[in-house]
Design a protein around this ligand. Structure first.
Ligand SMILES: [Zn+2]
Ligand SMILES: [Zn+2]
Length: 241
């Protein structure tokens, strides 16, 4: 179980796990819970012997559609809310090995279509304010399952970094009557030195203000409000980029 606790110094919500749920089964060695279930084999998260792309709700979610009431009462400083939201897992492929980069383009295109579908459906709930689609990679960040997969978190609030970006975009628009992201991309084009790869509709670049080595942004060349606007051609080109 978890709840949202207010951080009064940073003025942001923190998802706090209040009880740990222990896994109830001990899987065999070399068992992957994300592979298709083999006939007669130990059951996995997917009770089929084949699949293409699968989305399911995380079994141990930090955010829930029916969250329990917080374990503590709020005070004037320590606000607390039920951890409403949704956590989903996306399996990119039935193949245990490989990564997004080694998959055929049509599979990546289909995966983008799945992301769009989840973005639209989860985002349509009145209480959901932000849908975050992401992939953690590497044991250094705690990834224990190597099967190619990503995650989706649907939040009942806008995470602080995104809220800051939205505020900056709004202020820029008020001052310049132009989209901040399109203007940034236009400057990158003008400079040209940090363009990594250019497709027909999407471009990969290292931003002028990159904070980490290998930090790369992907952006559509034309102004789009969200991924819900991607067309089939957009998906094909984004898969390539
Ligand atoms: Zn696997
Ligand atoms: Zn724009």
């Amino acid at each position: 179980m978890s709840e949202l606790r207010w951080h009064p110094f940073l003025e942001q919500w923190v998802i706090t796990a209040t009880h740990r749920q222990d896994r109830t089964f001990l899987p065999p060695k070399d068992y992957c819970p994300l592979c298709p279930t083999q006939p007669g084999g130990f059951p996995t998260e997917v009770p089929k012997d084949h699949y293409d792309i699968v989305v399911f709700e995380n079994k141990f979610p930090s955010l829930r559609r029916n969250p329990s009431e917080p374990s503590v009462l709020p005070t004037s400083i320590s606000l607390v809310e039920p951890a409403y939201g949704c956590c989903e897992v996306v399996l990119y492929s039935p193949e245990h090995g490989g990564t997004l980069a080694t998959m055929p383009l049509n599979r990546i295109g289909n995966l983008i279509r799945v992301w769009q579908d989840r973005y639209e459906e989860l985002g349509a709930h009145s209480k959901i304010k932000y849908v975050f689609i992401f992939e953690n990679k590497g044991e250094a960040v705690g990834v224990t399952l190597h099967h190619p997969h990503g995650q989706i978190y649907a939040f009942s609030y806008i995470p602080p970094t995104v809220e800051k970006e939205l505020g900056a975009a709004k202020r820029y628009y008020e001052q310049h009557q132009n989209c901040l992201f399109c203007a940034t991309l236009a400057e990158e084009y003008q400079d040209g030195r940090r363009i990594v790869f250019e497709g027909e509709r999407f471009v990969a670049f290292i931003p002028f203000f990159a904070r980490y080595p290998y930090e790369v942004y992907l952006a559509p060349k034309k102004h789009l409000a969200s991924m819900a606007e991607f067309t089939a051609e957009d998906r094909r080109d984004l898969a390539l980029v």
